[in-house]
Design a protein around this ligand. Structure first.
Ligand code: MN
Ligand code: MN
Length: 468
């Protein structure tokens, strides 16, 4: 029998805010649901290694659910579902609400680009009878993590005649992979004197892609020629076609459960597909929202959200203006009445590196979706700091639906910091707060999340959409 609580314990229960592991409140059934939800997520991750592949996946799923391409000349009624494909690299899903757009829309915004190695415009060269690709890394990476791991190549090339060639090589059984080689420790004496951030340099991230020469009695650069010949036979491309291409090297590790208890998922690209997927499923499952719901899966967040597929551009604003026009209201009025969850990850507490976190304000694996009031760095610069009122509203929505959530700050005050799309949406006049999944090894080639937190993030998005 449970011991009766004393006065201090009772008062503590009443007044104090306790961090709670999910298993305290969750039923076995709920945990099963989380695991099941994550099987769908794992499939999505395996199929969607780049922003383009994410867009393809999301639109295909959306079409199965009855979404059609948005046409601003059409009229829509409550429950109608539309999508906008922004240049195959970003996508908006929307379900028209019973109240339309008049009272503002509900937005969940996350990003589908992840750190990686991009090919340079003329990437191919031969050195010492080996063929290589030159790369320029994309987003914030620790460069030393990207050597000596298997990589796959994804993207598109546009040929001279305008034809698009899609490329994905290194994921399927039997396909070759690629690699950046590292120095052996036996000869690494000088290299090991470099600082960690300088251990591997940007211009050393060259991808090994071949070693056999084209068979010929004479000629130079025959290994490079052999690669060009293989590419021409397989894809019909020439060296000049690399100039009109977007080719990305990403880790080719398969998505895996982590731990004896299979409670976590290890994969490339959790940041931020681990929020994009829950946002997408929430949009699919919220079939009759009060207010129109808008799911934005953006590109370019990892490089600062600039560019016409990033959220610092106008496409979200234009879409909401189109919705406003349909309802005969002003776009700016819809925006200033709108609310947004910026669904992005936060750094989960890592006991291996406790010193970078404020233990009273960091997020922890298995404590549910993390609400991040502000990100930024050095005195809250470069962020949107959510208002007390909006925090209060989100808290009420999540608590009344019994969604597991926690509060998180991105590291200690002067430790570093980071950004999300929150401020770009907030700058449109929308109420915004960050909410997402705690991640271990964020931005590494293989990141780790807890299944329960992924599911909690889905529930948070869903309840946010369905609330008044
Ligand atoms: Mn992110
Ligand atoms: Mn990131």
């Amino acid at each position: 029998m449970e011991k009766e609580k004393n006065a201090a314990e009772l008062l503590m229960d009443k007044l104090a805010f306790k961090k709670e592991h999910f298993s305290v409140a969750m039923s076995e059934e709920e945990i099963l649901k989380a695991d099941e939800f994550c099987e769908g997520y794992k499939h999505f991750l395996q199929e969607s290694k780049t922003e383009r592949e994410c867009v393809e996946f999301v639109i295909a799923e959306a079409q199965k659910k009855g979404f059609t391409e948005f046409d601003k000349a059409k009229t829509y009624k409550a429950g109608d579902k539309v999508y906008v494909n922004n240049r195959n690299k970003a996508v908006i899903l929307a379900v028209m609400g019973k109240k339309g757009a008049k009272e503002g829309v509900k937005i969940v915004a996350s990003h589908i680009d992840s750190p990686r190695l991009d090919l340079k415009p003329t990437p191919l060269y031969e050195d010492s009878e080996l063929a290589y690709f030159k790369t320029h890394y994309y987003g914030g990476i620790k460069k030393y993590q990207w050597v000596a791991i298997p990589l796959s190549l994804h993207g598109v090339m546009i040929k001279a005649d305008g034809e698009t060639v899609k490329i994905s090589i290194g994921e399927k059984e039997g396909e070759p992979k690629f690699v950046v080689t590292d120095l052996l420790p036996h000869l690494g004496k000088e290299q090991s004197k470099r600082t960690l951030s300088d251990g591997i340099r940007g211009e050393e991230l060259n991808i090994l892609i071949g070693s056999r020469p084209f068979k010929s009695d004479s000629g130079s650069e025959l290994v490079k020629l052999n690669i060009l010949n293989i590419l021409n036979e397989k894809y019909g491309v020439t060296e000049k076609d690399f100039i009109s291409a977007e080719l990305e090297l990403v880790p080719s590790f398969p998505v895996s459960d982590i731990g004896f208890d299979k409670s976590m998922i290890g994969a490339y690209g959790h940041d931020d597909r681990v929020c994009a997927y829950p946002a997408m499923v929430a949009a699919f499952n919220c079939e009759a929202p009060e207010r129109t719901i808008v799911t934005v899966l953006a590109d370019k967040e990892e490089v600062g959200s600039d560019g016409n597929t990033g959220l610092n551009s106008a496409y979200l604003r234009y879409f909401i203006h189109d919705l406003a026009d349909m309802d005969g209201v002003k776009g700016r009025d819809v925006l200033s009445r709108s609310e947004c969850l910026s669904a992005d990850v936060n750094a989960g507490f890592d006991p291996n590196f406790p010193s970078v976190h404020d233990k009273y304000n960091c997020c922890t694996l298995n404590h549910g979706a993390v609400i991040t009031k502000y990100t930024g760095a050095r005195g809250k610069s470069g962020t949107s700091d959510a208002s007390a009122e909006f925090m209060g509203k989100i808290r009420r929505i999540l608590d009344s639906a019994k969604v597991s959530w926690q509060i998180g700050e991105l590291g200690k005050v002067d430790e570093g910091g980071g950004g999300t799309v929150a401020m770009y949406v907030a700058n449109l006049g929308v109420d915004v707060v960050d909410l997402g999944v705690p991640v271990l090894s964020m931005h590494a080639p293989f990141e780790v999340v807890s299944k329960f937190d992924v599911y909690s993030t889905y529930r948070a998005c869903y309840e946010f959409y369905c609330a008044e």
